[in-house]
Write a protein that binds this ligand. Structure first.
Ligand code: HBI
Ligand code: FE
Length: 295
């Protein structure tokens, strides 16, 4: 569909991307599907005690996201709408950047409606309903995070005009997907990619291998990430307020600067100006690279 990118935002017209939205088809989930949800839910719920930020755990219950069945988007959205005005809409999997941003800018969170098979409990290539709902939806009930994600969607439409989607995508990756947060009780997880992964829930907080570095907007926008394995660097925010404050501004000057002085940092790089919380050994990443070479 070539028309997807044919009508850039900012031209004054708005494109209707609602055709990406499908019916969740809740009745089509099989007993095995609900069972898969149950296994994943119970495993993460246990693992995330003392690891996930409190805002995540509290909102999971508040939204009625429970262990017994794949949540019904319509019912979940009723509660979510009352809390922050967000709703969850079903999509068939990954959708192109522009419709993704457009939906976020309208406080509609696109969630995959399918659930992974039993053979892929620990790794999937496209975001499924467990990642999208268990991982992402609870924080949409947090007022400040809710505003942040809407602003991100609007920012995405602008980044498209500037040709800086890659920079902005890194912000999403290192916060919404793989972010950590500093709390009075210590480091906690807030990123959905970690919250929905049993292995990375432990790895991100406890393993000596990855770097843990204080969040810095420009730095994050210059940092390449891995999509095929655990992250080599995690960025730590101090609060959702900080995240919102630092990102709720016009990125145009920053984009200009990034264009004039382009810099791409490798996933494990450390800079002299970084505020390091933990300097990683990178032992895990090194071992995995050797494994992959000899495979
Ligand atoms: N589509 N369904 C879905 N979920 C995502 O997280 C997603 C997407 N399309 C694009 C995208 N993410 C990213 O490339 C943006 O963050 C840039
Ligand atoms: Fe995600």
């Amino acid at each position: 569909m070539a028309t997807e990118y044919g009508n850039p935002m900012g031209s004054g017209e708005s494109t209707d991307y609602n055709h990406y939205i499908i019916d969740q088809g809740w009745k089509n989930y099989t007993d095995e599907d609900h069972g898969t949800w149950q296994i994943l839910y119970n495993r993460q719920r246990e693992l995330l005690k003392g690891r996930a930020c409190n805002e995540f755990m509290d909102n999971l219950d508040k939204l009625g996201i429970g262990d017994s069945k794949v949540p019904d988007f319509r019912r979940m959205s009723e509660t979510l709408k009352e809390l922050t005005g967000w709703e969850v809409v079903a999509v068939p999997g990954l959708i192109p950047d522009l419709p993704f941003f457009k939906l976020l800018s309208e406080r509609k969170f696109p969630a995959g409606n399918f659930i992974r098979k039993r053979a892929q409990l620990d790794y999937i290539e496209e975001p499924d309903v467990f990642h999208d709902v268990f991982g992402h939806v609870p924080l949409l009930a947090h007022p400040v995070f809710a505003d942040y994600l809407e602003a991100y969607g609007k920012g995405g439409l602008r980044a498209h005009e500037f040709g800086t989607i890659k920079n902005l995508a890194r912000l999403y990756w290192f916060t919404v997907e793989f972010g950590l947060i500093n709390t009075p009780e210590g480091l906690r997880i807030c990123g959905a990619g970690i919250l929905s992964s049993s292995g990375e829930s432990k790895f991100s907080l406890e393993d000596a291998s990855p770097n843990r570095i204080a969040f810095d907007l420009k730095r994050v926008m210059q940092t390449n990430y891995r999509v095929d394995d655990y992250q080599q660097t995690y960025f730590v925010i101090d609060s959702f307020d900080q995240l919102f404050q630092e990102t709720y501004k016009d990125f145009a000057p920053l984009y200009e600067e990034l264009k004039i002085h382009p810099r791409q940092l490798t996933p494990d790089e450390i800079l002299p100006e970084d505020k390091i919380i933990h300097k990683g050994t990178q032992a895990y990443a090194c071992a995995r690279d050797i494994e992959k070479q000899s495979a």
